[in-house]
Write a protein that binds this ligand. Structure first.
Ligand SMILES: NC(=O)c1ccc[n+]([C@@H]2O[C@H](COP(=O)([O-])OP(=O)(O)OC[C@H]3O[C@@H](n4cnc5c(N)ncnc54)[C@H](O)[C@@H]3O)[C@@H](O)[C@H]2O)c1
Length: 243
């Protein structure tokens, strides 16, 4: 039986985050689910913690609470993220800042707080949930794609810096995945249905991703068995991106 570890999942109340929390619990881990949204307690193995990744004080409090109640964080999954579809030429700097603060700097803040302990203890697994947009671009998502690409490059660099200390850092890139985020971005009505159909047709496996598809990849990359894999970028998108 693999060892039971302590995990922190940011964005744990969302579509993909919740599936990751469930997968880690199924793997025998104790999981702090950090989110800005309020969360129901869902079983003894899950500790809901209030976490705003755009606020350094909140990140500090959430990691402190998780470590006090569950023990040192050994697995960190940075899932919190957000986007809206806009033509880049119609966006303003305030929007860029919101995207970068959450999708990129949010990941930096949580890593900065949680990874030193992993390095000290000589064991850690970090997975950053990026996006296929980071690898190949995505229309109407210019700033988000840039922030997600920055997250991948950051992860590779951090991976190099901590590799000899037993800590791995990898990125998982979902393609379009059925979650509240995607539903909100696509909106409702006929145009939305057409966009979903176009996305589905673009995927070689002819379906959108499910949160569980992403969670399965995260479960592997955070396992003890994945200890020789670091600095990698794995697309989970039914063959949409083969880069
Ligand atoms: N759904 C997709 O098609 C898709 C595709 C590629 C990448 N992603 C990425 O996957 C991740 C999860 O997305 P999802 O589709 O599950 O979205 P989601 O909206 O269902 O979940 C995102 C979660 O992040 C939380 N969150 C937002 N701001 C936060 C903050 N400041 N601090 C802490 N938590 C915060 C939200 O409350 C929510 O629970 C995101 O990073 C997203 O960019 C999603």
């Amino acid at each position: 039986m693999p060892p039971s570890r302590v995990a922190l999942v940011t964005g744990g109340a969302g579509g993909i985050g919740h599936a990751i929390v469930n997968a880690l619990v199924a793997g025998g881990h104790r999981v702090a689910s950090g989110d800005i949204a309020s969360q129901q307690t869902s079983g003894e193995a899950v500790l809901p913690v209030h976490l705003d990744v755009t606020d350094r004080g909140s990140v500090d409090q959430a990691v402190t609470q998780a470590e006090r109640e569950l023990g040192p964080v050994e697995i960190l999954v940075n899932t919190a993220g957000w986007d809206e579809f806009h033509q880049f030429l119609e966006t303003e700097e305030g929007f860029w800042d919101r995207i970068i603060e959450l999708n990129y700097k949010g990941c930096l803040r949580v890593c900065r707080r949680a990874v030193p302990g992993m390095v000290e203890r000589g064991y850690g697994r970090v997975v950053n949930i990026s996006s296929d947009a980071a690898r190949v671009g995505s229309s109407l998502e210019a700033v988000y794609a840039g922030a997600k690409a920055a997250q991948v490059a950051f992860g590779k660099t951090l991976a190099r810096e901590v590799a000899s200390r037993g800590v791995t850092v990898n990125s998982v890139c979902p393609g379009p995945t059925e979650t509240p985020l995607l539903e909100g971005m696509l909106g409702a009505g006929e145009t939305s249905a057409k966009m979903v159909e176009a996305l589905r047709r673009a995927v070689p496996m002819r379906r959108l991703g499910r949160p569980e598809d992403v969670a399965a990849a995260v479960a592997f990359l955070t396992s003890d068995d994945a200890g020789f894999i670091t600095g990698q970028t794995l697309s989970v998108s039914g063959g949409l991106t083969m880069a």
